[in-house]
Design a protein around this ligand. Structure first.
Ligand SMILES: Nc1ncnc2c1ncn2[C@@H]1O[C@H](COP(=O)(O)OP(=O)(O)OP(=O)(O)O)[C@@H](O)[C@H]1O
Ligand SMILES: [Mg+2]
Length: 581
């Protein structure tokens, strides 16, 4: 079906004669066949958002409906790739076209020149169910990838490709009776969540390696966290350290930025990141989706859905996937711009009234599931938000946190004091912390939940005491109160603060975190007892214990966990000596 362009307004165009096209159908726009998507149909007119620059497009040029929705290609060869929002492979395009991506340039997402050896795990006569694993694809680079039947395919195996056959990703390898043949790859529409058997309860934490997050505001595997933070508060550094250190088999990182240099940094830095688990490149288990700066705003939306669909595909292989988005505000701003072009009735601050439901529907695609083909996989989402002026009451932050399981709010004051990660324990929350308590009690240590509560109370006490001290001066506080302030400082600086650059401290396993917290709080309790028995606070602080507690982060997990009892005994002995004097 071919229509004609009747209106061009920035990233949106209107075409007449496409009335039979469906919502979200891909349309090739103009002589150069720019990639567009139907976003509104009114009588004979279809409005399209165009994912490529529309400059130079003229009225009367053709618009050709493709008959299919925007979709991505899923199969072996995704890991290590850098894609733009519509899954064009940027590395391959740069090699072919140079750095500036021309419009209308097409290249398959998965390299057709690579050969894979298919090793079937089913035989003639076997039944293949939707999403089932049917074999393995072995790459020339030694990698191997599960091959899944597409979610819509079911049938009886007639024959499989020869075990030694080397094929391209799109060639059939398994022929079925009653269904089309299965290839190593298949396509999936990005806006449709991939199906699974059932949702599993969020009772396993998504360990990030950041103490403040794992111990205070944990998110479940398959959960969602939003990270609002004003300009320069550390959103990108945090997302990248989660990409490296969080417990995820695969990382899908969506760079949804507006500034070209921001994306250039991502493209420059990511390929150099080392995977702390393997010592090899992090890219070996990462897919990057980035909006190049010469793509119009509509492409941001595509990048979000593309990233999510890639993440679901790995989830369906029974893998734990982290989907990081930096930043969702740029997507919301794109929605606002498109909505204005469509002359829709604006909602709060000009965002479309559908903003909340769109964000909610998107975050709902996170989850821990039993996959169609069996196996447990998860997609955990971490979405950065860039509230203008750092104001958390703005619509994108508010709509996001209504949909999220955890809020990790970054504070400009903490960042200014170089307290990183600048997660503000005041406004931050986790709705999943209670349900995850059981896991920490079982897998880490009994009493870990109570310890966390005690730490939270100490921070609240600090806030109250600080208010008093600001009014009447610290000197008017009693020793016990000044001790609480000191213990809270140690908790903040020795525990919540965590260096992203110190290799010993960049990530913290939960047992190490537990041992640290245990010791810090034991110090508070034991020192309080000493002070109450008349030991001057000065003497307690001069023991060298505070300085040692501040250095705990640099110790290893074995050292701290294995030496728990010894450190406790040492602390006890030091303070008992003071009491005896
Ligand atoms: N965990 C950390 N450890 C050490 N330094 C940090 C940490 N987090 C942030 N920083 C410092 O703060 C700077 C800004 O961080 P980052 O770029 O992540 O902020 P951002 O919130 O993404 O900013 P923008 O709003 O511009 O995207 C970094 O360049 C770094 O110097
Ligand atoms: Mg940033």
């Amino acid at each position: 079906m071919t229509g004609l362009l009747t209106r061009i307004a920035g990233p949106t165009v209107t075409a007449r004669g496409l009335a039979g096209a469906g919502l979200n159908e891909v349309v090739w726009v103009g002589e150069r066949m720019l990639l567009g998507e139907v976003i509104r149909i009114e009588g004979p007119l279809a409005t399209l958002q165009v994912y490529e620059d529309t400059a130079g497009l003229s009225l009367g040029e053709p618009a050709v409906a493709s008959g299919a929705p925007l979709s991505v290609e899923l199969g072996p060869g995704l890991l290590g790739q850098v894609y733009d929002g519509v899954q064009r492979p940027l590395q391959a395009l740069a090699a072919q076209e140079g750095d500036f991506l021309g419009r209308g340039v097409r290249l398959a997402a998965l390299d057709r020149s690579l050969r894979w050896r298919f090793e079937p795990s089913v035989r003639a006569g076997d039944e293949v169910a939707p999403g089932a694993r049917v074999g393995t694809a072995h790459g020339a680079d030694g990698s191997s990838h599960p091959v899944l039947a597409p979610p819509w395919t079911a049938g009886t195996v007639e024959r499989a490709a020869e075990a030694a056959a080397e094929v391209a990703v799109d060639e059939p390898v398994l022929w079925l009776r009653g269904a089309e043949p299965i290839a190593l790859s298949h396509r999936w529409p990005v806006r449709r969540p991939r199906p699974f058997r059932r949702r599993l309860p969020p009772v396993v934490p998504f360990l990030t390696g950041q103490r403040v997050l794992d111990q205070f505001f944990p998110v479940a595997a398959g959960g969602t966290a939003v990270v609002p933070g004003g300009f320069g508060t550390g959103k990108t550094v945090l997302e990248q350290s989660l990409a490296r250190h969080a417990a995820a088999d695969v990382v899908v990182y969506v760079g949804c930025g507006e500034r070209g240099n921001e994306m250039a940094e991502v493209l420059d830095e990511f390929p150099r990141l080392v995977d702390p688990r393997t010592g090899g490149p992090l890219m070996a288990r990462t897919v990057l989706v980035v909006n190049t700066s010469n793509m119009p705003v509509a492409a941001r939306e595509a990048s979000i859905y593309t990233g999510c669909t890639l993440a679901e595909y790995f989830r369906d292989q029974g893998l734990q996937v982290a989907l990081m988005i930096d930043s969702t505000s740029r997507w919301a701003e794109a929605l606002r711009e498109i909505s204005a072009r469509l002359e829709e009735l604006p909602g709060e601050e000009g965002y479309p009234t559908s903003l909340a439901s769109r964000l909610a529907r998107f975050y709902e695609r996170a989850g821990r599931v039993e996959a169609l083909g069996g196996g447990e996989g998860s997609v955990t989402m971490v979405g950065a938000v860039s509230p203008p002026g750092g104001d958390l009451s703005e619509p994108v932050t508010q709509c996001s946190l209504r949909a999220a399981g955890a809020l990790w709010a970054l504070s400009p004051e903490l960042a200014h004091r170089r307290h990183y990660p600048a997660v503000d324990w005041g406004p931050s929350f986790s709705l999943e912390a209670e349900r995850l308590r059981g896991w920490f009690e079982r897998e880490v240590a009994e009493g870990s939940g109570a310890l966390r509560d005690e730490a939270v109370r100490l921070l609240q006490r600090e806030r109250e005491l600080q208010e008093v001290a600001d009014l009447v001066g610290t000197e008017s506080l009693q020793d016990a109160e000044r001790l609480a302030l000191e213990a809270a400082r140690l908790l903040r600086e020795g525990f919540l603060r965590q260096s992203a650059v110190d290799p010993a401290d960049a990530t913290c396993p939960p047992r190490k975190a537990h041992a640290m917290l245990e010791l810090l709080l034991a110090f508070h309790r034991r020192a309080l007892a000493a002070v109450e028995r008349g030991v001057p606070l000065r003497a307690v602080l001069d023991t060298g214990l505070p300085a040692a507690l501040l250095r705990l982060g640099q110790a290893s997990e074995q050292d701290l966990w294995g030496g728990r009892a010894a450190r406790r005994a040492e602390l006890e002995a030091t303070l008992a000596r003071l009491e005896a004097e």
